[in-house]
Design a protein around this ligand. Sequence first.
Ligand code: ATP
Ligand code: MG
Length: 418
Amino acid sequence: MKTSSYHYKTLKDSPSDAELISHKLMLRSSMIKLNASGIYTWLPLGLRSLKKVENIVRRNMDEAGAQEILMPMVQPSDLWEESKRLSEYGPELLRFEDRNDRSFVLGPTHEEIITDIARKTLNSPKDLPANYYQIQTKFRDEIRPRFGVMRSREFLMKDAYSFDIDENGMKESYGLMRDAYQKIFNAIGFDYRIVSADSGAIGGSASEEFHVLADSGEDKIIFSDDELFASNLELFGEKSDQEIIDQLHKKDGKKYSIKKGIEVGHIFQLGDKYSKSLSLSIQTSEGNINPLMGCYGIGISRIIAASIEQNYDEDGIIFPRSIAPFEAIIIIVGNDKNLLSEAESLKDDLTKIGVDSIIDDRNDSPGKKFKDADLTGIPFQLIVSEKNQKENLLELKIRSEGTSLKENKQNILTKLKP
Ligand code: ATP
Ligand code: MG
């Protein structure tokens, strides 16, 4: 891959309506482009990061025993009538009719569809436990789409749904997903907290959210200094922050603090809310039962923005290696033909050790190339120049540390090997 034939374009300034740093940097580095309010195209650089997040999520879902499926985005309203959510969900649910006047909605979530599938496919206790997931576009007609892909109307979500015969089973499935989520958010390099949360429009009994700590977060979370207690502040009603802290401190004498968080994941114990309303039942030796469900969401597209909120400096994004669009960028400084062939052979070497890279072969000044590499947040910058070539050395700049070093190619490759 070469920048000259890739959509690797950067902007000096970001549109004035972008408030959040992640939104600004994603626009400036051409990861996304706006089509309509809350509706974006993912350009090549952004899509590479998005796919990396998808793959981390997919790998961990598969390892936890969930089966990947793909459900329709267009859902018949009848199913939403059955669950009673057609009237309960409110204006975030986009409704429309087809040419035969049949009513449909654009899926903001998929409990109805999965339960419809489950009632058609799960017929005996032997079919349980079952857990299905998908990575699919969701549509929510948000009242105030903003912050780029952080709160958009169309966005990518991973949603999983578990079915169990009894309460213990449901809790076990929930625990497996909770563990998988921790592995996912660790792999993405987040500083995050798991907090008790409100179940909102999804419903059910218990739920927990995964929050990335960031001053720009829209939610407030409260936790004790030993971190044994953590909750979304929304569970405490209309009280002031200080009142809530005082109330908790009085109970156990612990210190409490409040921080802002970005919700990147939400897991629910749903119970029989959907299996009952949509008549999913299974015959057991003790009679017919409604399987108990759990549902588990991750905001795939929001994760990119949340990661940037935690990883940037005045020069741009500092992506963690696991979700960077490329792990390395080979910057050619100079016009000598030799330099391009050295860059290409270096790229081959990197590919061999499992490092994905792009060559900056544009006809731009070195200054512009370095600036762009910093802006787009690619973790490793490798500089191929006539001077370095003469010394038989390779120069490596590590974006997250701001440090540079010069060594022979073999040593550098050893350093970069995953
Ligand atoms: P929020 O409180 O931020 O509106 P939610 O609680 O309505 O989110 P869930 O139904 O729990 O969202 O959806 C699962 C995940 O999908 C969320 O944890 C979040 O990461 C992501 N998500 C939800 N709404 C949006 C949106 N408008 N844009 C981008 N990601 C979103
Ligand atoms: Mg939520």
